[in-house]
Design a protein around this ligand. Structure first.
Ligand code: COA
Length: 140
């Protein structure tokens, strides 16, 4: 059975494993800080972390979905959809009615996923690492 919950320090290894698969090699302290701020959701099945979602609240009023990563063994099985539903339920419970997300334009599958799940492309910014496409989704 899949358990969707906030991450704890015990999930650190699993989170770092998924991040490193996708080329994100932040130090443990980075993840521990996010965990302590309750900004990471995970889905756990037995001892395995199936997916990981990192979000932040900017300007006190705008949730930003910063990272969403499904373990490669579990992609295209509806977990990304399940994860978004859990995330949106949590945000709505906190009183938010929309959130933003972004992806690099070269990430084809992420763009497809966003276009299927997000209502509105709100523009592209030139970031220090390259271009980033932003989306906004209304919830509730
Ligand atoms: C993008 C990602 C989160 C999608 O998660 P997922 O669990 O595989 O997606 P789902 O199974 O819930 O599929 C959701 C929809 O996207 C479509 N989709 C997902 N991956 C697809 C692919 N590789 N090719 C075609 N369609 C795809 C599904 O068909 C589905 O469409 P539907 O709603 O019409 O049925 C996942 O592939 C991933 O973790 N990618 C690597 C990290 C990443 O790029 N994250 C996003 C930016 S932070």
């Amino acid at each position: 059975m899949t358990d969707i919950r906030h991450a704890s320090e015990h999930d650190l290894d699993g989170i770092m494993t998924i991040c490193s698969i996708y080329g994100y090699n932040n130090p443990p302290d980075f993840h521990l800080q996010q965990i302590s701020h309750w900004e990471i959701l995970v889905a756990v099945e037995g001892l395995d972390i199936l997916w990981y979602l990192l979000y932040q609240i900017i300007w006190w009023n705008t949730p930003f979905l910063a990272l969403l990563q499904i373990h490669p063994d579990y992609k295209q099985q509806g977990l990304g959809t399940e994860l978004l539903a859990a995330f949106e339920k949590k945000l709505f419970g906190l009183g938010f009615t929309s959130y933003i997300s972004s992806t690099e334009p070269s990430n084809t599958w992420s763009l497809i996923f966003h276009e299927k799940k997000w209502c509105k492309d709100i523009g592209t910014l030139d970031m220090s690492h390259g271009k980033e496409v932003f989306f906004r989704k209304e919830i509730g």
